[in-house]
Design a protein around this ligand. Sequence first.
Ligand code: ATP
Ligand code: MG
Length: 263
Amino acid sequence: MHPQPAAAPGDAPLFETINVSKAFGVFKALSDISFRVSDGEFVSIVGPNGAGKTTLVNVVTGLLRPTVGEVRFQGRDIAGIGPVELARLGMSRAFQLVNIFPALTVRETLCVAIASRLRRVSNPFRSLKRDDVLQADAERIAEVLGLRAKLDTVASTLSQGEKKLLDIASAFALDPKVILLDEPTSGVSTGDKHAIMEVLVSAAKAAGVRAIVQVEHDMDLVERYSHRIVALQAGCVLGDMPPDAFFADPAMIAAVVGTRPRT
Ligand SMILES: Nc1ncnc2c1ncn2[C@@H]1O[C@H](COP(=O)(O)OP(=O)(O)OP(=O)(O)O)[C@@H](O)[C@H]1O
Ligand SMILES: [Mg+2]
């Protein structure tokens, strides 16, 4: 049920935080977090509202600089590097709130992301249409993410599930080695959640993505897809374990889902 990751324990991690803390003024959102992800892993970050999950993803992706500690990607210090530079190194993310341009079509959205990867910045909207390399790549990514039939649909008219897939597709357009997803299935129906996860996992395999980290509240999805679960509570790591151990521990489950079920 949980295919094993490619890396053996003890291998150098793809990325890690070392004793990271993050304060907002006097409030400590993360306290002494050491979090590592290795080749081949699918890791879920779980925890109640306000536990620090998004803050951790923001620190790992260089959007926020830790107050204390180090963030390393393939051995390189990337603290505060910013998402654009980090994407160039091979780490990209999708956001908790769908981060798409409502007036652009699926094709245009993907072309903008691909153009940014290829550093084609001049007059993007005029020239992208005539750029065969971009068009072919946009079509390839749309195919893999199940959006081919929607290529010329304006993003604002997509269903919530399709918007989520477009957000994920945009992250894939950056050709990442590692992908981080903050609640990739929030706000969609249970059936759509599973469909999105299936597409995500098969797309990651096809694209050679080496690790996936997701923040997820839906425990069915967490149990089904994760190799490892990292549970946060009040900015601290409460547990870091395989799903079998996590779901055998009622106290762990209560701490994580105690506050509310969320769809
Ligand atoms: N920029 C900020 N300034 C001040 N406080 C912040 C900031 N960002 C986050 N926080 C606080 O840090 C804590 C952790 O927030 P975070 O968004 O990481 O939680 P989360 O686990 O992602 O929650 P949710 O499940 O609701 O998405 C919260 O108490 C939040 O209010
Ligand atoms: Mg969050």
